[in-house]
Design a protein around this ligand. Structure first.
Ligand code: PEP
Ligand code: MG
Length: 756
């Protein structure tokens, strides 16, 4: 056995380089390959098994009986070879026959050999074959030998794919072998969709594994590292991570890996053996993954995830495949697979082609989820190991409502899904039938139903759902989708077209709420490098300090609403003076335009969002100054519970149906009623039937919700007795049961309130 794995691996790679470049047929190439490996590793046996029609077939060997070639076949999971392929893991045995999975095949003559080492040949993270060596003496193989085999297996994977060996049968076997996977996560956006998996950050398929020029490869990796470090530093420097969907903690780990000398050294060592830059990066990634898997530590698994992402980034840089799937353009009907996304990143996708999104992270009130809801795209989050469960191109069925998805479904599963999809369409048709019915409870209480919007297309939801108006128009969406700060004229055009489309129905424009998890590529919303931007310089705080932005928007709104009523509200007001200051800016613009004889709105109604708890203490001061008040439960909850709304770890920790939130909201509702100021709730909470029922029960009479929620919530309202709901809420809030949600759901069921 050669003393160094690098020597033997290099020897083999040089030999393989020639074989791959030769004009030999596929079978002849494989025959040569096993010979080269056996010689370099001084092993008596070297065999290659390839997956064909779902079974592993002996394709080439030295040392075993030649008669066994194309005869010996093992199912996935059968024997040592089948076990390696199934687990996509190495086996290293001093005594092969003593392994519980050992399956003796007399035609091979392998009883002569005691020791056995086998590694999977991997393509797109699945085994498409196995490379094995055997020795007559009972000896374990050392780590460097296994390493050499794995490096060679990687090159083999390329040879198999390129030399015509990865014929359709193998590719089909690969697909079949993977089988159906059921994915369960957290429900982020309800709805169903079906499409083919697209990775937001596409995986790089390595085309060439053996280098022609080692120096050139070294250089490529060197520049890729430099570029990657630059990117990570820029992301850290941005300090406001919403747009890129990554959190500080993740970025810090990225940075640690990006600057890790050990990582770049190992890649360089792999290049020295003769691998291309891409293959070397991948090889080191696989090796590290294998090591980390052996240590059963969840924290380490998380880190592995980060390293995986970073290795993929490095691969994309080195191979020049930089863009996200949005830039490459989606195929028809896609299901997007990502670790996490920022709202602006999601908005880059064509909503007509996007049938679903599955995230490894994600939390209910993160803005990306709100955007997905606005786009009408079902979304599931919190799926661990997602990218191991779903490969690019897999057919995926997404059931956001049930928070489950199926990758590579069987025809029976697909059929059941289609039936349910059709039933959902029927239910939507039923909701459409109540679309023109009034939103009134059984005992005659009117609950005004409006929709949240932010994109130009959203106004279509008004007539589609029969909503009474737009209760929250998130003007920052236009800022998020633009490559540069939208000009006043562009803003004005959008607002006018929204007002035109809404006709007589009211529209409440909220001035820009940027910062927090809504950052802009062209405006530094976090110059101080805040650690907690959600509680930082965002929304009105930023707008009051940078009032040019606010003035331009105020003018755009006033001009757009000329001759009509204009309703404006301000986000993240924490103290009454901020409302006054914002109002003064708008009034000043109105006066300025008036002085120039421009047409003005008939009337401007000013409102305020209540999403910072401090404001609830100041309602006696604030309410008399307002035309209306709107509670943003997304932010309010995060501040009440001190739980970051975009932190996936906290996604399921607190419930909207908790007595703390409901008591808080009831207090606001009572104060607003007393002051005779119209009050609405415009957070995501109101779009869910059970939550909406609770809100009606504590006296909320206006909900602005996601368009998809209008049908179900209206059906709920029409089946509800508001007085009875008020009584049950009073009772439950007085003596809160441990399972508040459960108690409320049981009450709804008993009283036949329509729940979706
Ligand atoms: C809220 O905070 O509840 C809200 C409606 O505003 P946004 O989700 O845009 O922060
Ligand atoms: Mg908010």
């Amino acid at each position: 056995m050669p003393t160094s794995s690098a020597t033997s691996a290099r020897e083999i790679l040089t030999g393989l380089h020639d074989v791959m470049a030769s004009k030999l047929g596929a079978q002849a190439k494989l025959n040569k390959v096993v010979k080269i490996i056996a010689e370099a590793m001084a092993s008596e046996v070297c065999s290659i098994y390839l997956l064909r029609d779902g079974v592993l077939e002996l394709f080439a060997t030295v040392g075993l009986n030649q008669a066994a070639v194309h005869v010996t076949k093992l199912a996935m999971g059968e024997g040592l070879v089948g076990t390696i392929a199934k687990d996509v893991a190495v086996l290293n045995l001093a005594e092969a026959a003593s392994h519980p999975e050992f399956a003796y095949r007399p035609e091979t003559g392998e009883e002569l050999y005691h020791s056995f080492a086998g590694v999977p040949i991997i393509r797109k993270e699945r085994a498409i074959g196995v490379l094995a060596v055997q020795h007559a003496d009972p000896r374990g193989y050392d780590e460097v030998e296994i390493e050499a085999l794995q490096t060679v297996a990687m090159v083999l994977s390329e040879l198999i794919a390129n030399a015509g060996l990865a014929d359709r049968a193998i590719a089909a076997g690969e697909e079949r072998d993977a089988g159906t996977t059921r994915i369960v996560g957290l429900k982020l956006v309800a709805g169903m969709g079906k499409g083919h998996a697209v990775y937001h950050q596409p995986r790089v398929l390595i085309e060439h594994t053996v280098a022609d020029d080692i120096e050139a490869e070294r250089h490529r990796v060197y520049s890729a590292f430099a570029k990657m470090r630059e990117q990570i530093d820029a992301m850290m420097g941005q300090a406001e991570f919403g747009t890129v969907g990554e959190h500080q903690e993740v970025l810090e780990t990225y940075k640690m890996f990006a600057y890790d000398e050990g990582w770049s050294r190992r890649i360089n060592e792999a290049i020295d053996i003769g691998l291309t830059a891409e293959a070397a990066i991948e090889r080191v990634r696989q090796r590290t993954a294998q090591r980390m898997r052996q240590i059963d530590d969840p924290l380490l698994q998380d880190r592995m995830h980060d390293l995986d992402d970073l290795a993929n980034r490095l691969l994309r840089i080195v191979s020049g495949q930089l863009g996200t799937a949005a830039q490459a353009g989606l195929p028809q009907d896609a299901v997007l697979i990502a670790r996490n996304l920022g709202p602006a990143e999601l908005l880059e996708y064509d909503r007509r082609k996007l049938k679903g999104v599955i995230l490894e992270e994600g939390s209910l009130t993160a803005h990306v989820v709100i955007v997905a809801r606005a786009m009408g795209v079902p979304m599931i989050g919190r799926v661990a190991n997602l990218r191991r469960l779903v490969s690019e191109g897999d057919l995926v069925l997404v059931d956001g409502t049930e928070a489950t998805a199926f990758a590579r479904p069987t025809p029976a599963i697909e059929e059941a899904f289609d039936t349910k999809l059709a039933a959902g369409q029927k239910r939507r048709a039923e909701y459409a039938a109540v679309k023109d019915q009034p939103s009134v409870t059984r005992d005659g209480v009117r609950v005004q139903l409006m929709v949240n919007a932010g994109l130009r297309d959203d106004v279509a939801a008004l007539s589609a759902t029969g909503a009474e108006g737009i209760g929250l128009f998130r003007t920052e969406f236009q800022f998020l989708v633009s490559a540069q700060l939208p000009k006043r004229e562009a803003q004005q055009r959008l607002y006018r077209s929204v007002l035109d489309a809404a006709g007589d129905r009211p529209v409440i424009f909220r001035t820009v709420d940027i910062g927090g998890d809504k950052s802009l590529p062209y405006l530094d919303t976090n110059p101080e490098n805040e650690e907690n931007p959600a509680m930082g310089w965002r929304a009105l705080r930023l707008a009051l300090d940078r009032d040019t932005l606010m003035k331009a928007q105020a003018r755009a709104l006033i001009e757009a609403a000329a001759g009509r009523e204009l309703q404006i509200m301000f986000p993240m007001v924490s103290e009454p003076w901020e409302f006054e200051a914002a109002r003064a800016i708008v009034e000043e613009q109105k006066a300025w335009l008036g002085a120039r004889k421009k047409a003005l709105p008939k009337r401007i109604r000013y409102g305020c969002m209540l999403e910072v708890p401090s404001l609830a203490e100041m309602l006696d001061v604030l309410l008399p100054r307002l035309d209306f008040l709107s509670v943003g439960t997304n932010d309010l909850t995060q501040f009440l519970f001190a739980a970051d709304r975009s932190n996936p770890r906290l996604a399921e920790r607190y419930d909207w149906l908790s007595p703390a939130i409901l008591r808080f909201l009831r207090r606001i509702a009572k104060a607003a009623e007393k002051a005779n100021v119209p009050l609405g709730v415009c957070g995501e909470m109101g779009g869910r039937t059970l939550e909406a029922m609770a809100l009606v029960g504590i006296g909320i009479r206006r909900l602005s919700i996601t368009p998809a929620g209008v049908g179900p919530v209206k059906a709920m309202i029409r089946s509800l007795d508001a007085a009875a709901a008020a009584r049950v809420m009073e009772r439950l809030l007085k003596n809160p049961p441990a399972d508040f949600r459960g108690a409320l759901a049981a009450w709804a069921e008993k009283h036949q309130v329509a729940m979706a």
